[in-house]
Ligand binder design. Structure first.
Ligand SMILES: NC(=O)c1ccc[n+]([C@@H]2O[C@H](COP(=O)([O-])OP(=O)(O)OC[C@H]3O[C@@H](n4cnc5c(N)ncnc54)[C@H](O)[C@@H]3O)[C@@H](O)[C@H]2O)c1
Length: 243
C-alpha cells in the first residue's frame, strides 16, 4: 500500500493521473497538493472528493515547511510531481512565474523530501517522480530521429529551460544525497480536463461556441524544399517548432 503526494493534481494531467491511480490502486492514499492557479480546477477532482483515501490541500510547493509537515503528518512515501507553470506562450510573455514554480518549487520539494525521508529517516523506501517534458531536448526537424534519453538538453523557451533546470536538480539530489528519483519526459498530451488555452481544447470550444477560427499560413521546412501549412494563431510554440 502506498501513500502518495500528487502536486498539481487539480490540473490537466494531474487530475487524470489521480483518477487513474485511485481506480487502479484503491487501497492507496492520495494527497493532492495544488495552489490552484488559473490552470487548477477543483472540479477536476470532483469524482474522488468523497473517497476516504483522498485528500486535497491548497498549498504552494514553494512553501518547504508546509511540504515537510504534510510528508510527516500523512506518512507519505511517494511524490508524483506535476505542479508547474506549463504554457509555453505564457513563459515567453512572463518567465518569472516559471522560474519560481518550476525551478524554486521543485527544489523546495527536493529539500522537503530529503529532510523528511533521508535526514529524519522516516522513509527508507521512497520515490520522487518528476514529470518533465520532451521540450527540454529542443526542436525536431521533420527528418530528425526521435529524441531519446541520451539526447543532449537544448531548451528553446523559458518554459523548457525551467523544466530542464528542474530535471538537473532532481538528478543532482539522487547523485548527491541518494534520494530515489525518476524523471519522465513526455511529449504533448490531450484529453479530458484539458485547460482551453491549449491548442486542441481551444479549437473545439471555439467550434462549439460558433466562434471564428483564426488561422495563419506559414512556411514549413519539410525535408527538401518548402511547403505551406495552415496553423491556428493560438500557439506560437507550434510556429517555432515547425520553423
Ligand atoms: N500538458 C502537456 O501536454 C505536457 C507535456 C509534457 C509535460 N507536461 C508536464 O506535466 C505536468 C502537468 O502538466 P499539465 O498540462 O497538467 O499542467 P496544468 O497547467 O494543467 O496544471 C498544473 C497544475 O499545477 C498547479 N500549480 C502551479 N503552480 C503551483 C504551485 N506553485 N504549487 C502548487 N501547485 C501549483 C496548478 O494550479 C495546476 O493545477 C507539468 O509539469 C508539465 O510541465 C505537460
Amino acid at each position: 500500500m502506498k501513500r502518495l503526494m500528487v502536486t498539481g493534481g487539480a490540473g490537466f494531467i494531474g487530475a487524470n493521473f489521480v483518477h487513474y491511480w485511485m481506480q487502479a490502486h484503491p487501497e492507496d492514499f492520495v494527497l493532492v497538493v495544488d495552489v490552484l492557479t488559473y490552470a487548477g480546477n477543483l472540479a477536476n477532482l470532483e469524482p474522488v472528493q468523497q473517497n476516504p483515501n483522498f485528500q486535497f490541500v491548497q498549498a504552494d510547493i514553494c512553501d518547504t515547511a508546509t511540504m515537510e509537515q504534510l510528508l510527516r503528518e500523512h506518512r507519505l512515501d511517494t511524490l508524483v510531481h506535476l505542479a508547474a507553470e506549463s504554457h509555453v506562450d505564457r513563459s515567453i510573455l512572463g518567465p518569472d512565474a516559471f522560474i519560481e514554480t518550476n525551478i524554486i518549487g521543485t527544489h523546495s520539494l527536493l529539500k522537503a523530501t530529503r529532510q523528511v525521508w533521508l535526514t529524519e529517516g522516516l522513509c527508507a523506501q521512497h520515490r520522487f517522480h518528476h514529470v518533465s517534458t520532451d521540450e527540454v531536448y529542443g526542436t525536431l526537424e521533420p527528418s530528425d530521429p526521435a529524441f531519446t534519453e541520451e539526447t543532449a538538453y537544448a531548451p528553446n523557451s523559458p518554459y523548457a529551460a525551467s523544466k530542464a533546470a528542474s530535471d538537473h536538480l532532481v538528478r543532482a539530489y539522487h547523485h548527491t544525497y541518494g534520494l530515489q528519483v525518476t524523471t519522465s519526459n513526455c511529449s504533448n498530451n490531450y484529453g479530458p480536463y484539458h485547460f482551453p488555452e491549449k491548442l486542441i481544447p481551444l479549437i473545439i470550444t471555439n467550434i462549439l461556441a460558433d466562434r471564428p477560427l483564426l488561422f495563419m499560413v506559414m512556411a514549413v521546412r519539410c525535408g527538401i524544399g518548402c511547403m505551406w501549412k495552415t496553423m491556428p494563431v493560438v500557439s506560437r510554440r507550434y510556429c517555432y517548432r515547425a520553423r
